[in-house]
Design a protein around this ligand. Structure first.
Ligand code: SF4
Ligand code: FES
Length: 378
């Protein structure tokens, strides 16, 4: 698997193909306080957010660049008063619109406006199937009943629904109930998404990392459910990095398939990239999306394989996983160009084993954040 490829065979980064999808991070505001939030530690204030007209231009530029779909995300995208206008602008630009929401702010009137504006799909997050635990994980009262009501509104509007269950040590044992909930709500797809440990989630890693026994039980449950529910429910599931032998191809490779625009307009190869130091990310207030995608140094820095060090440089998987995740490499080693420590061939792989041992010994308390306030333990 580790066949030698000479460095001269490595591409320095060919001209990029068009991106498939745009992640539009409309705001960092959110009524929930999930301890695994992947937004940057420094959040954008409302006054610095892009306005409706600028988002509309960004959507037109994304479509002209070749994007097929836009994920309207945050934070909580429905915290924006102009969310329906934003959906309409994306839809009129010809993009397939997916709203990624916690669901607690959506009432019948808002759902009607969103559907009328051209919304194509809703991806609803759930923190747990047990109401008290859902409330504690999201730091939001009555979260679960509000989400269930939102799911019903989505179905009533005739829109397809995906349930997104972010799983970790404190809810993974209820995976069978999450699968049952997805069926009950009429979701066509369930994403079982293990927490990614960068941004705020890294501060809560000890409380969130599942045990190996939990992971094995969950993997067996997904295998069984996929077989039993063929044709009724699609289940997305990837083994979490901390137990994987090889890393995931994060974002399908840096600057290869996706681009994100932050609430303040920064164009990013992934939603977490703002946490990487030494980058001058282009901003849609100053450059077009095409210019950012095709010519910016930030996008070109980790494109292709020319930037790689060993062991990636001579690895047969270099153009399969693209060296893993740059944000995780930086979060764990301080070097964004390092091999992702999730790879068993990385010299830093022992960091993950150590984190698993430390997490197993921890009490499991969360550190929550509040915009503009110091971190809070609970
Ligand atoms: Fe190979 Fe690097 Fe991927 Fe590990 S991260 S499998 S060394 S390309
Ligand atoms: Fe940024 Fe993986 S999350 S490259």
């Amino acid at each position: 698997m580790n066949a030698i490829i000479q460095p001269s065979d490595r591409s320095p980064g060919p001209p990029p193909e068009p991106p498939l999808a745009l992640l539009a991070e409309l705001t960092h505001r959110c009524p929930l306080r999930c301890p695994y939030c992947s937004n940057p530690v420094e959040l954008t204030r409302v006054a610095a957010e892009l306005d409706t007209a600028t988002w509309a231009r960004v959507f037109r530029e994304a479509a002209a660049l070749g994007c097929l779909q836009v994920h309207l995300s945050g934070g909580e995208p429905t915290a924006r008063r102009d969310i329906a206008e934003i959906v309409r602008a994306a839809s009129e630009a010809g993009l397939y619109t997916n709203l990624i929401t916690a669901g607690v702010l959506i009432d019948a009137a808002m759902m009607a406006r969103l559907a009328e504006a051209g919304l194509d799909h809703v991806q609803l997050s759930v923190q747990d199937t047990e109401p008290g635990s859902a409330e504690r994980i999201g730091g939001y009262r009555n979260a679960l009943p509000k989400k269930l009501a939102c799911a019903q509104l989505v179905r009533d509007a005739g829109l397809p629904l995906t349930l997104n269950a972010v799983v970790h040590r404190q809810n993974l044992d209820r995976l069978p109930e999450m699968i049952a909930l997805a069926l009950e709500l009429g979701a066509g797809r369930l994403e079982v998404a293990h927490v990614q440990y960068y941004g705020w989630a890294l501060a809560n890693r000890d409380a969130l990392l599942p045990t190996r026994a939990q992971l094995e039980a969950a993997t067996a449950e997904v295998t069984r459910a996929r077989e039993d529910l063929k044709g009724r429910l699609v289940i997305d599931y990837v083994v979490p990095d901390y137990y994987a032998k090889r890393p995931k191809s994060c974002m399908g490779g840096w600057g290869r398939r996706f681009l994100a625009v932050s609430p303040a307009g920064r164009v990013l190869p992934c939603h977490a990239a703002e946490s990487l130091p030494g980058f001058d990310f282009p901003n849609v207030r100053e450059v077009s999306l095409r210019e950012a995608w095709e010519n910016s140094e930030a996008f070109n820095r980790f494109r292709g394989t020319g930037w790689m060090k060993e062991p990636c440089r001579s690895c047969a998987r270099a153009e399969i996983d693209w060296g893993g995740c740059r944000c995780q490499a930086f979060a764990l080693t301080g070097d964004a160009a390092a091999t992702d420590p999730a790879c068993g061939l990385s010299p830093d792989h022992a960091l993950l084993d150590m984190a698993v041992r430390e997490a197993a010994a921890s009490e499991g308390d969360f550190t929550y954040r509040v915009m503009g306030a110091a971190p809070q333990k609970a």
